[in-house]
Ligand binder design. Structure first.
Ligand SMILES: Nc1ncnc2c1ncn2[C@@H]1O[C@H](COP(=O)(O)OP(=O)(O)OP(=O)(O)O)[C@@H](O)[C@H]1O
Length: 235
């Protein structure tokens, strides 16, 4: 099983008055292609910080982040941006869709802004909307979609460009139980079909059995890992 995301001894400190606050404390984490890991833990334990470091949005104070075999710190800024764009899909709690754009346009906007030809991207976008169960809704704008459908557009958008790593921050926080379950099931299916290394921060413990492994954070440390399958190495 190929490792897609590897954090080695990663620490992150924020300035805190005259001293520092350790948001991540010597975190080790390995997630393989096709593996779905849940990340749980109390508020302030460092879950979002871990996602931000894994997404290459924040540089750790120390330690190594490897995505798809590439040591992120060794990359020049432009290469790091390209790695994030091409290899990392990020799904936040709120879909952050642009109100004026249709579902398919939400998926195409990045290609459009880059001036890339849209023919191929349009085909991919249509296929991805189909995967997430939105065929027929391609031309609807966010206000014409339900909360669950908007989150599905968000997931499809994150899959544009075939990321190796999918980082998902509380995708069900704004959804009712039924829609939450279907979104987590969709993330399970997407992980299986696209072989992404998926890390999902969640408070919904009832959906943990849909994932391969659970890592628990406390005070910046990954303190415990339940490993229902032998596919995950944490800690
Ligand atoms: N930009 C920042 N500057 C300073 N401290 C921060 C910053 N972001 C987070 N922190 C602190 O780092 C610690 C970890 O925060 P983080 O948001 O990663 O935790 P979390 O587990 O995601 O919490 P939640 O479940 O509430 O989102 C907390 O003590 C938080 O106050």
């Amino acid at each position: 099983m190929t490792t897609a995301l590897n954090l080695v001894n990663v620490s992150l400190e924020y300035p805190d008055g005259g001293s520092t606050l350790k948001a991540l404390d010597s975190v080790n984490l390995t997630v393989s292609e096709g593996e779905f890991l849940s990340l749980v833990g109390p508020s302030g334990s460092g879950k979002s910080s871990l996602l931000a470091v894994a997404a290459t949005l924040i540089r750790p104070t120390s330690g190594v982040v490897v995505i798809n075999g590439q040591d992120v710190a060794a990359l020049a800024e432009a290469d790091r941006t390209a790695l994030r764009r091409d290899k990392v899909g990020i799904i936040f709690q709120q879909p952050n869709l642009l109100p004026a754009l249709t579902a398919v346009e939400q998926l195409l906007i990045r290609e459009h802004l880059r001036g890339n030809p849209l023919k191929e991207a349009r085909r991919t976008a249509g296929e991805l909307l189909d995967v997430v169960g939105l065929s027929g809704a391609e031309h609807k704008r966010p206000h014409q979609l339900s909360g669950g459908q908007r989150q599905r557009v968000n997931i499809a958008r994150a899959l544009m460009g075939s990321p190796s790593v999918l980082l998902v921050d509380e995708p069900t926080a704004a959804l009712d139980h039924e829609r939450s379950e279907s979104v987590v099931r969709l993330l399970r299916r997407v992980t299986d079909e696209f072989h992404t290394a998926t890390v999902m921060v969640t408070h919904d413990t009832e959906f943990l059995p849909l994932t391969d492994a659970v890592a628990t954070m406390r005070d910046g440390r990954i303190s415990r890992a339940l490993v229902p399958s032998s596919r995950t190495l944490v800690g």
